[in-house]
Design a binder for this molecule. Structure first.
Ligand code: UGY
Ligand code: MN
Length: 246
């Protein structure tokens, strides 16, 4: 037997790579019949949370948001969601945004359905009502070319409206595509690789990453990525936006 003493996971001051081999279940009140892996949290210094829920058939994910909004994305499988008076089937690559002070219930899971969540304490903006419940899905025809490079496309899943203080985007790199600069910015990121492989540079360290890996990038963490392999590399990521810098 191989000694299980190796992992690609890294947790550093301003970034982290979390690979599925190290995931351990957390119990979250109201989220039953499922495995919950808390990937990003304030315990590592983050200003938001990211979890991955893997549900059994009898799973129920229910609660009422308080000060934090939650974005739920179906990474695989399907389930039913009841929120804001609407009951809907949610399939792979579809999402629902649950604003503050809102009850939600996910059930009727196909066994093994995975939900990715991003949650953040909502910062109200004077003159703007808080966002309402919103449904949507990954749609490559909605993706926009990034930095004039046809090999890089970003789809914004949430509207470009000042009421939203978080963005969730899907970033697709064609094989061999790479970011045209090393980004160093005040905004924070959490991400999950949905497809493919890449080399991610975080704070001058180069990491091989692939589908299923999660990454946290603190504010000002220098970041760069290049797709490797023969298929597109695709990640979904969180970013705080639209508020006065603190
Ligand atoms: O939106 C962003 O800041 C994005 N381009 N960053 C990233 O993918 N690491
Ligand atoms: Mn960035």
């Amino acid at each position: 037997m191989q000694i299980p003493a190796f992992t690609r996971s890294v947790v550093a001051r301003n970034h982290a790579i979390l690979t599925p081999d190290g995931y351990i279940n957390s119990n979250v009140p109201g989220w039953t019949g499922c495995t919950v892996n808390v990937l990003v949290s304030e315990h590592m210094g983050a200003g938001f949370g990211q979890t991955l829920i893997t549900a059994r058939e009898n799973g129920q994910v229910t609660g009422r948001t308080a000060t934090a909004q939650i974005f739920f994305y179906v990474v695989r499988g399907e389930c039913q969601v009841s929120v804001g008076g609407t009951v809907r089937l949610l399939k792979t690559d579809q999402f629902v945004y649950v604003p503050i002070e809102q009850e939600y219930l996910f059930d009727r899971f196909d066994a093994g359905t995975q939900l990715l969540t991003f949650h953040k304490v909502y910062e109200p903006l004077a003159g703007h009502l808080a966002p309402e419940v919103m449904f949507g899905e990954k749609d490559d025809s909605e993706a926009r070319v990034h930095c004039n490079d046809e090999g890089l496309r970003i789809q914004a899943l949430l509207p470009h409206k000042p009421a939203f203080d978080m963005a969730v985007n899907i970033f697709t790199y064609e094989p061999g595509a790479f970011l045209p600069l090393v980004e160093t910015h005040q905004m924070e990121h959490g991400l999950l690789y949905l497809q493919g492989q890449a080399i991610y540079m975080l704070n001058q360290q180069y990491y091989p990453v692939q589908q299923g890996d999660a990454i946290w990038m603190a504010p000002y963490c220098p970041q760069w990525a290049a797709a490797i392999g023969k298929e597109p590399s695709v990640y979904i990521y969180y970013k705080n936006i639209n508020r006065f810098p603190t």
